[in-house]
Design a protein. Structure first.
Length: 289
């Protein structure tokens, strides 16, 4: 069940993940981006439960506040999209939870979330809990991971933690894929080539993310090239090992990766703000001309 991003040894989902699975998705679409093919490949969908942690109210959102604000209907829209996407993948509607924490503010609710997740784990008794990668780039994803770890320590059944990858392309690491730096004996790879069309169909259910909805948007949150990449690539998972906490999961770069993890999101935010400002100036000049 070992793998690397370059030369994976594929695992069979039903053999890799027997028993009940709880997938914790910080936002509506994370579950399909990272696990959609695996969900589709699992034979018994009744044992898959998905909990959406935030209300999804901040995507898409403008770079600057004065550009506007997200639509107030966005949470309801994204919930419908999530139900449609998971229905496409075969997950029963009764197996979907919406926890409705404020999007973008989850780090302030980790303790409360941990208690709620512990209650879910107690009632569902999963064998596995899927969470975002411990070095994910989004603060809500990191908060979900932290709360899940705390909840698993509270829960008496102690499910196995499995980390999935949403943001795995890093510009400041050699090769551009952070998964290549992880110990191969901690990774499992699922061949989802037979499920790629179904996964792509499920992703397209998220129209709020795959289309341009607002005047201030220049591109979709999930552009076509991203959809193509994640639907055609195998899905990789980090099977949590207590003996490899934190950066010990990396075969190399144990100091560099945590540093990049802090720096790269800041640089991206500054780049996005700069590009938005340039577009504003260009638009103003064109209007005056």
């Amino acid at each position: 069940m070992t793998a690397s991003a370059d030369s994976p040894e594929f695992s069979v989902p039903d053999d890799l993940f027997p028993g009940t699975i709880v997938i914790l998705a910080p936002h509506m679409d994370d579950e399909t981006l990272a696990c959609g093919g695996t969900i589709a490949a699992l034979s018994d969908k009744s044992r898959i439960l998905v909990a959406f942690v935030t209300d999804g109210a901040m995507s898409p959102a403008p770079t600057f506040r004065w550009q506007g604000s997200p639509s107030t209907s966005l949470p309801a829209v994204r919930k419908r999209e999530a139900e449609n996407a998971l229905s496409t993948l075969g997950v029963p509607k009764d197996n979907i939870y919406f926890l409705d924490y404020p999007d973008g503010e989850l780090s302030a609710h980790v303790d409360d979330l941990a208690v709620r997740l512990a209650e879910i784990l107690k009632s569902t008794k999963p064998a596995f809990v899927f969470v975002p990668f411990r070095y994910d780039r989004h603060p809500d994803h990191l908060a979900t991971y932290a709360a899940a770890i705390a909840a698993s320590e509270i829960a008496t059944n102690a499910p196995r933690i499995v980390e999935y990858f949403v943001y795995y392309k890093w510009r400041l690491v050699s090769g551009g894929d952070v998964r290549d730096w992880i110990r191969s004996d901690c990774l499992a790879t699922v061949d989802t080539s037979e499920q790629r069309r179904l996964k792509l169909t499920a992703l397209r259910c998220y129209e709020s993310q795959t289309t341009v909805r607002e005047e201030w948007q220049t591109r979709a949150i999930l552009p076509p090239e991203r959809l193509g990449e994640v639907s055609q690539s195998p899905e990789m998972f980090l099977v949590h090992h207590e003996e490899f906490p934190g950066s010990l999961i990396f075969e190399r770069g144990r100091r560099w990766i945590p540093l990049v993890h802090r720096i790269e999101p800041v640089l991206k935010k500054q780049k996005d703000r700069f590009n938005a400002f340039v577009r504003l100036i260009t638009s103003a000049k064109q209007t005056q001309g």
